[in-house]
Ligand binder design. Structure first.
Ligand SMILES: [Zn+2]
Length: 50
């Protein structure tokens, strides 16, 4: 399971693949993979945009 965060409203979704439209802000937005926020993921692969 991957965690995705809406880059508009910050809504976090736990799903394999993010939808085109955010269920929270109803906008077509980019979902950023935030799975590496989880401590057991380690320190590599952290998205610098977060
Ligand atoms: Zn959103």
């Amino acid at each position: 399971m991957t965690e995705w965060k809406c880059n508009k409203c910050g809504y976090i979704l736990k799903i394999d693949k993010p939808p085109d439209t955010c269920p929270s802000c109803k906008e077509k937005c980019e979902f950023v993979d935030v799975s590496c926020y989880i401590p057991d993921c380690g320190s590599t692969g952290v998205d610098k945009r977060l």
